[in-house]
Design a protein around this ligand. Structure first.
Ligand code: ADP
Ligand code: G6P
Length: 469
């Protein structure tokens, strides 16, 4: 069988397209959820090459195919592997632990075994599609073992790894069973990228503590190679959001939304995957308190929360959904009127156009995670505000807080501070808001996702656009 091989290969748990089954049982493709795909999809499209990943469903035997000039090399997972590798080790062990253990991480031997098996399958698929000396860019916490497994198969490759989520403090990382093996996995890469400088430092400290290596600066020698660990804060496709924000239809939709939500009511907005790291319940609770103490009234403002369904079979996500729905119901019951509720909650994924219309309509954007590697929603909101209007309330515990200095920064664990942040954003005078938004827009325009990819690939010793098949 003839197989094409590629000079540039992206490897991530998910392909950019997700195979979904609708209510009528019909299957179709949709954009995959989450920030990783939002950021990488435009890069892969412009660089060409191959993307190795999973279609999002169990026992899916879809053959590899091409979409938008990218060769999508599907990697199948059995139902049991979805349980153990994806919902188990990836999303019930590593995800909570790497997010400051805001929910209790669980540890199971069979999850670790499935994680290694699946990482090996991804490595084998990558080894098949990568050309001699190709650049391979591996992404995120589902594939921490992959760089080493791939290097064992293909020492000729140049391997980069980027972690989209936070890397935990040393004291938390060492709670992981087989922790040294995860580090060795990452050390298979030539370059390990993180969202924040402290994350890179934590990683290097761990190589000394657990493997007796001697990091110097941002580098460490490992098995005769130099591995570099550095921060590369990720960003968004700013011009895509800007183009949508300039589209008259999107602007008309923003006006329609404002009218329907009640003309002169101020609009507060949250847009997240329904994930316990996002601080959605804390945000809604704080809003409830603002209504209760009369700082805000139902006639004056409305909170719209759009939450994409995510990881719905994992217990902690089901519990979060129940908490959020209960709290929304309570607040609407207590403070609502007929035909006018204080919290509009949509448990839905929306198109890019609709999201940008919401960003344009929102007076205050609420991004309040307990912990987040970066948070692209914050950057998307800023990019959408060509009018230099709007206000961003942003958690200190996001990577974005390092960059968006014009935001109203809050500690989401402190409900009083969260309330103060929201009401300061609501009451700030327009000149102050324009000044804040201008500063944030400059930052976002200067550091878009293309800039991020180029910096990473330059540090890896490759440039994306020269890496054609
Ligand atoms: P994460 O990667 O943890 O989901 P980010 O904020 O970094 O968080 O990225 C989320 C991405 O998903 C953004 O590009 C955002 O526009 C998109 N997104 C979030 N919520 C929704 C939604 N309800 N509908 C459609 N897209 C969404
Ligand atoms: C975050 C993670 C990604 C993940 C995405 C969606 O962005 O960093 O790796 O793909 O969330 O989550 P899911 O579990 O649906 O892939």
């Amino acid at each position: 069988m003839e197989r094409r091989r590629y000079g540039f290969v992206v490897v991530a748990n998910r392909l950019p397209l997700d195979r979904i089954t609708d209510e009528r049982g019909e299957q179709h493709w949709a954009r995959s959820p989450g920030g990783l795909v939002s950021a990488l999809e435009p890069i892969a499209r412009s660089a060409g090459g191959a993307w190795v990943g999973w279609t999002g469903g169990p026992d899916d035997d879809t053959e590899p195919f091409e979409a938008d000039g990218v060769y999508l090399r599907t990697v199948p997972l059995s139902g049991e592997e979805v349980d153990r590798y994806y919902e188990g080790q990836s999303n019930s062990t590593i995800w909570p632990l790497f997010h400051d253990a805001v929910e209790q991480p669980a540890h199971r031997r069979e999850w670790r075994i499935a994680y290694e098996t699946v990482n090996r399958r991804f490595a084998e698929a990558t080894a098949e599609v990568a050309d001699d000396g190709a650049t391979v860019w591996v992404h995120d916490y589902q594939l921490l073992l992959l760089p080493k497994l791939l290097r064992d198969l293909r020492p000729d490759l140049r391997i980069g790894f980027f972690l989209h989520i936070p890397f935990p403090p040393v004291e938390l990382f060492i709670q992981l069973p087989r922790r040294a093996e995860l580090l060795r996995g990452l050390l298979g890469a030539d370059l390990v990228g993180f969202q924040q400088p402290l994350a890179a430092q934590n990683f290097l400290r761990l190589t000394a503590q657990l493997l007796d290596l001697r990091p110097h600066g941002e580098q460490v020698e490992y098995q005769g190679r130099t591995v570099t660990a550095r921060a590369f804060p990720i960003s968004i496709d700013v011009s895509e959001i800007d183009r949508l924000a300039a589209d008259p239809e999107v602007q008309a939709e923003a006006s329609r939304l404002r009218r329907e939500l009640g003309g002169d009511r101020r609009l507060l907005l949250g847009v997240d995957r329904l994930d316990y790291t996002k601080g959605i319940d804390q945000r809604i609770e704080a809003y409830g308190e603002l209504l209760a103490d009369g700082t805000v009234s139902n006639d004056e403002a409305v909170l719209v929360q759009v939450a994409t369904p995510s990881r719905q079979r994992v217990a902690q996500y089901q519990q979060l959904r129940e908490r959020v729905e209960r709290e929304v119901g309570r607040i609407n019951g207590e403070f609502g009127d007929v035909g006018r509720v204080p919290v509009q909650y949509l448990f839905q994924s929306r198109s890019r156009e609709e999201l940008v219309a919401l960003y344009l309509a929102a007076d205050v954007m609420l991004v309040t995670p307990l912990r987040d590697g970066m948070n692209l929603v914050a950057k998307e909101y800023v990019a959408a505000r060509r009018d230099e209007g709007g206000a961003l309330v942003l958690s200190e515990f996001t990577g974005a807080a390092d960059e968006l200095h014009g935001a109203f920064l809050v500690n989401p664990y402190d409900v009083e501070e969260l309330k103060r942040g929201v009401s300061a954003a609501l009451r700030a005078d327009p000149e102050e808001l324009t000044d804040r938004m201008r500063r944030m827009r400059e930052q976002v325009w200067e550091h878009d996702v293309d800039h991020w990819a180029q910096e990473f690939l330059r540090a890896l010793g490759r440039h994306p656009l020269s890496a054609t098949p």
